[in-house]
Design a protein around this ligand. Structure first.
Ligand code: GN1
Ligand code: MG
Length: 370
């Protein structure tokens, strides 16, 4: 296995007992770098080490303050009396922020900011949806997370990523980048530009509903894609929600839309089989059922009326973000090759098309589950 030098030395800053045996890359995040640290002679043999991307998260202290606020709040709620009807009746855990030897929430090494989190034991994540049980658990996981943070006052949270999921802002950024982009205008790029152009009027739909007072801000996860929901290695049940950097006030629609655009795409975000990308309503049903089983009470009639639009919008928005980053020269999302973000945009746009083609099916499904 690959042993990494810099993370190895950094990992030692977070060790209070035992010694670091191994540090290996973990997961497939597009922004931060994540590693699994394996220890010898420690009561907990693993922890997660992350290098925060401070080009994007410009207030790392705020990110860590939020993480503490959320994890401690959820931890307190999980210590509830099992007789309490709001107490989860099955395994659910929350990662803990692990302090440095100097008792800080993160370690700063020149420009880099590092943090450590506890590893959720006996659990793993998957990048692609497996089956309806997995789908049900993804929905349950998001619902449980919403349930557990629903009484955390939004005022306690710092806004760590201004404009996140405000789709009209992404359109403005796209326009600005396009105006000065020297990127080659090949057929794939032209096709994507046309795709965006045809949907301009749709972009402000959620922000307009918010401004009109139909939808309200609540605390949301911000990034509930399927590989941010940890599954028990034996039962496959959802046991934790990770990647808490973007927990902040937002519309619950961003989360439900993101969870569905991620969970109902069996080929996953990284496929290059663009023409085969499809949004699968047979997976949307168990995801929504899983979500509803714990969080039904959250959603008002107006919330439900915008769910179809949210699914369509968040898939489109992610495609727009990937496309903008391709045009800008891959400055936001990590890219393995020069057209990686263009390919990712194509996937999300094909997914958006598939959502649009199934509008009535999806609206009927949402209505029937309410
Ligand atoms: C980014 O870093 P990661 O993979 O957890 C992005 C999300 C996107 C996602 C798409 C802060 O999340 O918004 O949906 O990529 N996070 C940020 O895979 O922009
Ligand atoms: Mg994330």
């Amino acid at each position: 296995m690959r042993v990494l030098a810099a993370p190895f030395a950094i990992a030692e800053q977070f060790v209070h007992q035992g010694v670091v045996r191994e540090v290996t890359p973990l997961g497939s995040g597009n922004i931060n770098d994540t590693f699994l640290v394996i220890l010898d002679g420690a009561p907990e043999p693993y922890f997660v080490l992350q290098r925060l991307n401070t080009q994007i998260f410009r207030d790392p202290r705020g990110v860590m303050q939020n993480m503490r606020t959320v994890t401690e709040h959820v931890h307190d709620r999980l210590s509830c009396n099992p007789a309490d009807p709001h107490c989860p009746d099955r395994r659910w855990e929350v990662p803990r922020v692990l302090p440095t030897q100097a008792q800080q929430d993160c370690h700063t090494d020149g420009q880099d900011v590092w943090r450590a989190l506890s590893f959720i034991d006996r659990s793993h994540t998957l990048d692609q949806i497996q089956d309806t049980h997995h789908a049900q658990e993804i929905g349950y996981g998001l619902g449980m997370f919403h349930h557990l943070i629903s009484d955390l006052p939004t005022a306690q949270m710092v806004d760590t990523l201004e404009g996140f999921h405000i789709t009209p802002r992404y359109l403005q950024q796209f326009d600005a980048v396009l105006a000065k982009s020297p990127v080659e205008r090949n057929a794939a790029v032209e096709d994507c530009l046309r795709f965006v152009g045809d949907r301009r009027a749709f972009v402000p739909i959620l922000e307009q509903a918010k401004a009109a007072g139909k939808l309200h801000l609540r605390l949301i996860h911000g990034d509930p894609k399927i590989n941010n929901i940890m599954l028990d290695t034996v039962t496959g049940q959802a046991v934790s929600m990770i990647d808490l950097d973007t927990v902040k006030p937002g519309l619950v629609h961003y989360d439900i839309g993101d969870c569905l655009r991620s969970g109902c795409n069996p080929l996953g975000e990284e496929t290059e089989a663009f023409e085969s990308v499809r949004f699968e309503p047979d997976l949307a049903e168990p995801i929504l059922q899983g979500y509803w089983s714990v969080a039904r009470a959250f959603l008002t009639t107006a919330d439900c009326e915008y769910l179809y639009d949210a699914i369509r919008l968040i898939a489109f928005e992610l495609g727009l973000r990937f496309l903008t980053d391709h045009l800008a020269g891959n400055v936001y999302f990590k890219a393995k090759h020069p057209t990686h973000n263009l390919a990712r945009a194509q996937v999300q746009f094909r997914l958006t098309e598939s959502i649009e083609a199934q509008e009535q099916t999806l609206r009927n499904l949402i209505e029937s589950l309410r």
